[in-house]
Design a protein around this ligand. Structure first.
Ligand SMILES: O=C(O)CCC(=O)C(=O)O
Length: 254
């Protein structure tokens, strides 16, 4: 995997759409060849007994199913375990896109990977990413979500509430006392628009850290693999921190 000069340039309509809607879709973030190579790396990361498992950077976001199988496994910081991810074309393109949307100060702010196993992959509940983060700050950040196979409504593509990034962080709760995931405390009202965004392999969605988003269950016969890269500008320290009572004590400073 080698990094070539980035070619991804957003036009004025795409930049305006991101700021208006809080999300954007790109047909291609990287090449078909790189997606094929990334799938191999990804499957090794998620293999039981991999270094990420051993180091505790593997978390179950959902609940185990009746057979004790994981339904929403996540790997934090996959670059630590697969350094070849650092030099990929997708990351160079993602950084270029983030800087066009957030400005030149935008810098990498971590990566993670979420897999939905065939037929029993769980839904990722509606949430805002900022609800996980340090309440002493206001954050300006985005995530670039890239599937390594086609992403469809059937296998759990991303869904968004347009314009929801323009309000604050709304109340969340833990999905389960044992699980790591948050969900909205109150369901989204009937009649609020939700947009599902299917993608080809190596395409991407880009969402603001306050945009309400969700990914449905995987009812297909194939694994849904998503690789997610975050970018942020330096956060603003608040005189009075936000109150995020849903956060676990061990998350402080995230
Ligand atoms: O991949 C998923 O299922 C959800 C991803 C997500 O919530 C995120 O990237 O913020």
């Amino acid at each position: 995997m080698t990094t070539e000069q980035t070619a991804v340039r957003l036009d004025a309509d795409q930049i305006a759409a991101f700021h208006r809607d809080g999300f954007l879709r790109l047909e291609a973030l990287t090449t078909t060849a790189e997606v094929a190579a990334l799938r191999t790396v990804y499957d090794q990361l998620f293999a039981r007994g991999s270094a990420a498992f051993e180091a505790g950077d593997h978390l179950e976001l959902g609940k185990l199913d009746d057979d004790g199988q994981e339904t929403l496994p996540q790997i934090l910081n996959p670059q630590k375990y697969a350094p070849e991810l650092i030099e990929i074309q997708a990351r160079a393109n993602a950084l270029a896109v983030a800087r066009q949307l957030l400005g030149d100060e935008a810098a990498p702010a971590g990566d993670h990977a979420i897999s939905k196993p065939p037929a029993h992959g769980a839904a990722t509940p509606w949430h805002q990413d900022e609800a996980y983060w340090d309440p002493a700050y206001d954050h300006t950040a985005l995530s670039i979500w890239m599937p390594l196979q086609e992403a469809t409504v059937q296998n759990g593509c991303m869904q968004f509430v347009p314009g929801s990034h323009r309000g604050g962080v709304v109340p969340h709760t833990l999905v389960d006392p044992e699980a790591h995931a948050l969900q909205l405390a109150d369901p989204i009202a009937d009649g609020v628009e939700r947009v599902a965004v299917p993608l080809p392999p190596g395409g991407c969605t880009i969402h603001h850290c306050r945009t309400l988003h969700y990914a449905g269950p995987n009812t297909s016969q194939g694994t849904r693999r998503a690789y997610i890269m975050a970018f942020a500008v330096p956060p603003t320290r608040l005189e009075t921190p936000h109150a995020y009572p849903w956060q676990r004590a061990e998350w402080s400073g995230q």
